[in-house]
Ligand binder design. Structure first.
Ligand SMILES: Nc1ncnc2c1ncn2[C@@H]1O[C@H](COP(=O)(O)OP(=O)(O)O)[C@@H](O)[C@H]1O
Ligand SMILES: O=C(O)C1=C[C@@H](OP(=O)(O)O)[C@@H](O)[C@H](O)C1
Ligand SMILES: [Mg+2]
Length: 167
């Protein structure tokens, strides 16, 4: 079983996932990193081939990632795929969440998300996905105004206590 981090763009899935993997001494896999490794920068994929093509590459990255007994950070839209939604039933799924006010400066700071270049598009994207994120998650963690180390440590403690992650 893998531990999968899902949630809105810039919630911290990639950064917290990496820290969590270190704390649990597990491998770390990021679906966006697989896509970039095999196909180049995400902004270029969106610009040259559009979102449906990106989603197809992302589905393949999800299949590869879920083969690993690892901490896996999904891209924010990976859960839109129906087959991925079904696959997640076999794994521990954690929703890293954040509100619009807190995420605004994070988005401005990196500016590399084609579907959420500004806070208004982020809000619309996340409002549409929120029911899906909540339905798929076994646990939800708020990340606003909290350091990433603290979030990762809380998750590691919970996973150990719950004993839900087979060693
Ligand atoms: N808990 C946090 N507090 C403040 N900034 C954060 C936090 N988590 C992530 N960030 C910042 O938000 C941006 C997105 O983080 P990232 O891990 O790439 O998110 P995701 O993978 O969910 O899109 C980065 O610039 C990161 O430094
Ligand atoms: O929400 C989305 O649709 C996307 C989120 C991004 O990943 P992060 O959630 O890691 O930023 C990346 O996969 C791509 O830009 C599309
Ligand atoms: Mg990410």
């Amino acid at each position: 079983m893998a531990i999968v981090l899902i949630g809105p763009p810039a919630a911290g899935k990639s950064k917290v996932g990496k820290k969590l993997a270190k704390l649990l001494d597990k491998d770390f896999v990021d679906t966006d990193a697989i896509i970039v490794r095999d196909h180049g920068p995400i902004t270029e994929i969106f610009a040259q081939h559009g979102e449906p093509h990106f989603r197809a590459l992302e589905r393949a990255a999800v299949i590869e990632a879920l083969r690993h007994d690892a901490i896996i950070s999904f891209g924010g839209g990976a859960v839109l795929d129906a087959a991925t939604q079904r696959d997640l039933e076999a794994h521990l799924v954690i929703l890293l969440d954040v509100d619009a006010e807190s995420v605004e400066h994070r988005i401005k700071a990196d500016g590399k998300r084609p579907l959420a270049p500004d806070i208004e598009s982020w809000k619309a994207l996340v409002a549409a996905r929120r029911p899906l994120y909540e339905r798929l998650a076994d646990r939800r963690v708020e990340t606003a105004n909290r350091p990433r180390d603290q979030i990762a440590q809380e998750l590691a403690d919970w996973i150990h206590t719950a004993g839900e992650f087979a060693e």
